[in-house]
Write a protein that binds this ligand. Structure first.
Ligand code: F42
Length: 137
């Protein structure tokens, strides 16, 4: 796992190729794959993230393992909020917004429940880890 980019790309590719049947977990926890649109390129960019779902909406946590800077895809989501999300075999269109205040707190709690390491990532970085909420389009 010396190259985390290749690892995420490989996981997204395997997940796509098998229609969500393989590559669908990380350390036993489910992931989803979000297709963003590149802020500069306009090209589709596949991003695997942990699965945080509630009532048909999803949170997407821009943690990048607690890195000092936001992941590149953060800017893609801001520039192009309309995305696709694949959860297992099901792919649908969603509209993303960055949550703040009470909404963020609520989804952050769900996110940490789904993937407890998010709490540790937050202690590693000065930035407040962004949480996007994806509602069905
Ligand atoms: N990352 C998270 O942040 N949160 C998660 O919950 C999460 C879970 C997860 C589960 C499985 C897995 O395999 C990976 C997981 N990751 C998670 C890692 C995640 O998939 C990303 O790899 C990570 O967040 C880093 O995202 P990044 O966008 O910073 O990746 C960089 C290295 C990257 O690949 N960049 C692209 C590249 O080609 O180098 C750029 C792609 C892009 O969008 N380019 C823009 C464009 O317009 O096309 C332009 C960008 C610009 O402004 O220059």
């Amino acid at each position: 796992m010396s190259n985390p980019h290749a690892w995420a790309d490989d996981q997204a590719a395997l997940f796509e190729r098998t229609n969500g049947a393989e590559g669908s977990t990380l350390r036993g926890k489910p992931i989803v794959v979000v297709t963003t649109t590149g802020a500069k390129s306009g090209a589709p960019r596949l991003v695997p993230v942990m699965r945080v779902e509630h009532d048909g909406s999803y949170a997407v946590v821009a943690s990048k393992g607690g890195a000092p800077r936001h992941p590149v895809w953060y800017h893609n989501l801001v520039a192009h909020p309309r995305v696709q999300l694949q959860d297992g075999p099901t792919k649908r269109d969603y509209v993303a917004h960055e949550a703040s205040g009470a909404e963020r707190e609520e989804w952050w709690a769900r996110a940490v429940e789904a993937w407890p390491d998010y709490a540790a990532y937050q202690t590693r970085t000065e930035r407040l880890i962004p949480v996007f909420v994806l509602d069905p389009a």
